[in-house]
Design a protein around this ligand. Structure first.
Ligand code: SF4
Length: 350
């Protein structure tokens, strides 16, 4: 990923050639024994081993779905939903606890795990006392921003590197204090490098002040910082945008949980628990991976103009839904907080 594509058509240096003949030759004598061992394993029965922590370490095993399908059906709320809890999950399963609702409290030590267990067991969403005030404190106008990006293994645009996350699209809902919404967007499906135009449009859309709400600041922040490094003349303006980012993800992670989120705070896990009407089911594109595929198809030279326009509309609709989702999530207040606010309002009025 160190290679920088600097001249059209020149990929010299993209691949680093390394001679490993000596290492391979050193391994050759051990190969017959290894093959014999593998043949013995392949002839035998499937090992009797349950899925557990070993299926995720160091990476998720590609056979996980296969192995899980052969195990007794998991309960609706399995202990597996505990985030970052692989070792604990294995321990709980070994002790016979497969349903999060029946795990004794003393076996859970992390606050998040306790919160998830309680909200699931009681079928009552967890909403902290501070949730409403934290969201109320975010100033207006609010800019709800979301990027779509593409990663090329072989760079296509000058100045880029392999695997760089390159934004080609964004949506931004601008929300006034009164709740009035305006949506802005950028998407270039011409196939030409979209980065410079995207930067100009972004700077124009978010203006000079107001919080910029994102879901997972690490991602949007990194994208904007990389754009700042790529376009020195826009560096200051872009870094000022980074300074204005407000991340909704940690706010929800700390202050909200519904059992149907099944241990995930991805926006697509949270949204149905608060705004089920904003389902992605009515859209032709339903996730970020599909947007990337649509983008690749849209910019392909042999794609017809009609198909390109069709894909463009679908991509715009998807990204718009993402930022509308952020608007709805940040506007949502638990019924108790609304009641409290109303009581406060009446008391002041009297
Ligand atoms: S998912 Fe992979 S690691 Fe886990 S039991 Fe199955 S084969 Fe083994």
């Amino acid at each position: 990923n160190q290679f920088v594509y600097t001249r059209e058509g020149d990929y010299d240096g993209l691949l680093a050639i390394e001679d490993i003949t000596a290492e391979v030759e050193a391994l050759l004598p051990s190969i017959p024994a290894l093959v014999a061992e593998l043949k013995r394993v392949a002839k035998g029965d499937l090992p009797r081993i349950s899925t557990g922590a070993h299926c995720h370490t160091p990476y998720e095993c590609p056979l996980l779905a296969y192995c899980q399908a052969r195990e007794p059906k998991l309960p609706d709320y399995p202990v597996d939903v505990l985030p970052r809890g692989h070792a604990l999950i294995a321990q709980l399963r070994a002790q016979g606890h497969v349903d999060i609702r029946t795990v004794p409290d003393h076996l859970l030590t992390r606050d998040t795990h306790k919160r998830i267990a309680a909200a699931t067991r009681d079928n009552k969403p967890f909403v902290s006392d501070e949730f409403a005030s934290i969201l109320d404190a975010i100033a207006y106008p609010r800019f709800h921003l979301d990027f779509e990006t593409i990663q090329y293994v072989v760079p296509r645009w000058l100045g880029t590197r392999p695997f760089e996350q390159l934004p080609f699209q964004f949506s931004c809902h601008v929300e006034d204090r009164g709740g009035t919404l305006r949506q802005e967007a950028f998407l270039d499906v011409s196939g030409h490098p979209p980065l410079a135009a995207l930067v100009d449009r972004l700077i124009e859309v978010v203006g000079k002040s107001g919080p910029i709400l994102v879901w997972n600041q690490g991602f949007e922040g990194r994208c904007i910082r990389e754009l700042a490094a790529r376009f020195p003349e826009k560096r200051k303006a872009l870094l000022r945008i980074v300074d204005r980012l407000v991340d909704l993800l940690p706010i929800f992670r700390e202050h909200y949980y519904h059992r149907d989120m099944l241990g995930s705070w991805s926006i697509k896990a949270v949204l149905p628990t608060i705004a089920p009407d904003l389902d992605y089911g009515d859209l032709d594109i339903g996730d970020g991976g599909a947007v990337q595929l649509a983008y690749l198809e849209a910019i392909a030279p042999d794609t017809t103009a009609r198909r390109r326009e069709e894909l463009r509309s679908q991509m715009l609709a998807y990204c718009e839904r993402d930022t509308l989702a952020m608007v709805r999530l940040s506007q949502w207040r638990p019924a108790a907080a609304v009641r409290r606010a109303n009581r406060g309002g009446r008391a002041k009025a009297s």
